[in-house]
Design a protein around this ligand. Structure first.
Ligand code: FAD
Length: 690
């Protein structure tokens, strides 16, 4: 590609700037702001950008392209890690690419001295992630047609595949399995195994690490690569901007994009552009010992956002101040926290994951998942920047020894700053290039919540039902606290008149960047889901929703109540709800009674309290007790819904349902399981689990 003058100026300035940064000097000679990126542009399609993979690789001089199909950012993160490792260990010219941004009809023309990697998450009921839909349809198409007419069509293609899945779902890792099969069928050559990571078993990271080494060995052999001593090369250049302060109007201090910076956010509101929504009401549904559950009503009337009963709302959290401080502190960045910097990708195919110019504080607080689990590989990378030999040795050991890492880091839920601090015994890690942190710490992700209101009843007000995440862990002084739910708890306190909320001693910048959120607004967007009431309201429904799994069913029941109030006829609605104790964590007790008054016989609530009797009773036990009735309702084409815990409950409910069908219909279990499968395929059985 041709460089225009601005590019050359930028590159030159960056080079100087990078040197300046690493030598702790100052960036000089910058008067205009050539690096300011509006972010929307940085992320969106550039005019004239090619969708031709072969052309793109040629243009950028790449021989390894790593595609990701990602929904929550993990697959994207793994793709970047493969790119980095391929480059640093084997000198491969790697690039990461979003599956959505290319066409696939010339996959057959990729020369055999190049390699294509696929990192593919499976989403929901075996579906591709949003960005992988077109690719998947293409590659799975009955008559994939390539222009060259090779035989076999992809005989030249070398590929690598890793999938991210969850074994608690029926279609475990079906994306990578199906894509792998399709590629094999087209004659492509896979290098190494098609790896599978399992989030359900909590082994995703270890599965990835265990898969990649043999894959690299196979790739090395196949492509005749030479392994070299891994050299760290920063992907991002950081320039300190002495002319700017955090109050300068062009500096991002947490705003997600240019429109927000300018104070003129406009729709469409989506995963790149949140709506800063007012919180209308908020309260605790219960509060026992260390467990709180929040109900929050979020007003979307000032936006063009819409939702349907059963959809999800995404909350964009900010990190707690204490963790931001801990992170900046251990990296020796506290004094510089408000220093303005510009960040630019030194690699044309890399993207800066936040808008700049910005400050260290804003990056860490609003854009980095600093509280999340640490990857073992990242610790190994950081060993090179340890403040002393002892720390370096310890980091290398943590990075290399799975069991040691598990015992020292994992079980205590330590985040990156806590690990660094404990390894170096508090000595700051001032040698870590900030680029390594941008590369190694994932982007702060929005959290999803099953909407617990009905769009028929309140089309412009969305409610959330969320349990505040808090865990006491052995060998750790302070409990582990979830990011988004404690942020929501702080907002709840503020909304109820507490001027300076500090839930569990944590502080949040709830007033948002430049005080725009005012403490009673929360950044959100809506994601449409397939978890939907039958279009015919007279159909019976069976809902299984223990704990916060009841959230969407509150919406369902309220919807049916409203339908009856509007003079419509509704089908039988039976809800199985479970919790610990009737007087402790029973959600929406009064509301169910009110619904009963309107719905009468059409509504039945079946309760399971796990800690009241001598034996633990769960929703699946209650379901079994109702076998006869459940079977009859299903024969009347009742819809069956499950929401909540994916790891245990949802799987057991599935098993129990098959037992019910087998017993009641006098058919073998295998046959009953087949029926349940078909119910899922035809959407008569729907899950909303996490
Ligand atoms: P996080 O900080 O994200 O922590 C969550 C968990 O991650 C921890 O419990 C822990 O297991 C692990 N973890 C985090 N950091 C570490 C670490 N350093 N080391 C080891 N482990 C770590 N929740 C509801 O309450 N109600 C709902 O209606 C609801 N609906 C959902 C719908 C969907 C489609 C999905 C995907 C999720 C839903 N959730 C719901 C869950 C919700 O999105 C959040 O995951 C939950 O609220 C916790 O978020 P958090 O930021 O507070 O916790």
């Amino acid at each position: 590609a041709e460089l225009d003058t601005l590019d050359i100026i930028v590159l030159a300035a960056l080079l100087l700037g990078t040197i300046a940064y690493f030598t702790k000097g100052k960036a000089w000679g910058v008067t205009k702001d050539p690096y300011s990126s509006s972010f929307a542009n940085a992320n969106g399609a550039k005019a004239g950008k090619t969708r031709n993979i072969v052309e793109k690789m040629e243009e950028e001089g790449k021989n390894c392209i790593i595609f990701y199909g990602s929904q929550t950012g993990t697959a994207e993160d793994y793709a970047s890690r493969l790119a980095k490792e391929g480059k640093s260990r084997y000198g491969l010219e790697t690039m990461v690419a979003d599956l959505e941004e290319f066409d696939y009809d010339n996959l057959d023309t990729i020369p055999s001295d190049k390699v294509v990697m696929f990192v593919l998450a499976t989403y929901g009921e075996g579906e591709p992630t949003d960005n992988a839909v077109d690719f998947y349809e293409f590659i799975m198409g009955e008559d994939v047609n390539f222009s060259e007419g090779n035989d076999p069509p992809l005989g030249n293609l070398n590929y690598v595949a890793f999938g991210l899945g969850n074994n608690t779902y029926e279609h475990y890792n079906s994306m990578v399995r199906n894509v792998n099969k399709a590629l094999e069928k087209l004659g492509a050559h896979r290098i190494g195994e098609a790896g599978e990571g399992d989030d359900g078993a909590g082994t995703m990271e270890e599965d990835f690490l265990a898969w990649k080494d043999p894959m690299w060995a196979a790739l090395q052999k196949k492509m005749g690569l030479e392994e070299r001593e891994a050299v760290y090369e920063p992907i991002f250049g950081i320039v300190e901007r002495d002319g700017l302060t955090k109050d300068s109007p062009e500096v991002y201090v947490g705003e997600p994009n240019k429109m927000h910076l300018d104070g003129t956010p406009k729709g469409p509101f989506n995963a790149h552009n949140p709506y800063i929504a007012p919180i209308a009401t908020s309260y605790e549904l219960f509060n026992v010992k260390d467990r709180n559950c929040l109900h929050m009503e979020i007003d979307i009337s000032g936006s063009n956002l819409t939702y349907q009963t059963g959809d999800h709302i995404a909350v964009w959290p900010t990190n707690p101040g204490e963790e931001v401080d801990r992170f900046l502190d251990i990296l020796g960045l506290t004094e510089k926290r408000n220093k303005v910097i510009s960040v630019k990708a030194l690699e044309p195919t890399a993207k800066v994951p936040f808008p700049t110019p910005t400050t260290f504080d804003a990056i860490v607080r609003y854009h980095m998942e600093i509280c999340a689990p640490v990857s073992r590989q990242f610790l190994a990378t950081l060993a090179a920047f340890a403040p002393d030999e002892e720390s370096k040795a310890e980091m290398t050991k943590l990075g290399g020894d799975k069991d040691y890492f598990h015992e020292k880091v994992n079980i205590h839920h330590l985040n990156i700053a806590r690990v660094l601090k404990s390894v170096s015994k508090g000595k700051p890690w001032t040698n870590v290039p900030f680029s390594a942190l941008i590369e190694g710490v994932t982007k702060l992700q929005p959290r999803y919540y099953s909407i617990s209101s009905s769009s028929l009843e309140q089309p412009k007000m969305i409610s959330i039902t969320a349990v505040v995440e808090s865990q006491h862990l052995p060998g750790r002084e302070d409990p582990f606290r979830g990011v988004a739910t404690n942020y929501l708890l702080a907002l709840k306190e503020k909304q109820n008149g507490e001027p300076n909320p500090t839930p569990f001693g944590l502080t949040y910048e709830i007033t948002g960047p430049r005080n725009r959120y005012d403490g009673v607004h929360v950044p959100v967007h809506v994601r449409h889901s397939n978890f939907k009431l039958p279009s015919d309201p007279t159909k019976p429904i069976i809902c299984i929703g223990p704990g916060t799994g009841v959230a969407p069913f509150r919406g369902f029941v309220r919807e049916r109540k409203k339908q009856v109030e509007n003079g419509e006829t509704v089908g039988k609605t039976i809800l199985f709800f479970g919790c610990r104790k009737s007087h402790e964590d029973f959600l929406y007790d009064k509301e169910w009674q009110e619904a009963k008054e309107v719905l009468g016989d059409k509504f039945e609530l079946v309760l399971a309290f796990s800690r009241e009797g001598p034996k633990k009773v769960y929703v699946q036990h209650r379901l079994k007790e109702r076998s006869k009735e459940i079977n009859e309702l299903l024969e009347q084409k009742a819809y069956f819904y499950v929401c909540g815990d994916a790891a245990n409950m949802a799987r057991e409910v599935n098993t129990v349902l098959a037992q019910i069908l087998s017993d009641e219909r006098g058919i073998p279990e295998a046959k009953a399981e087949e029926i349940v499968k078909n119910m899922r395929a035809s959407n008569q059985y729907q899950e909303d689990v996490w």
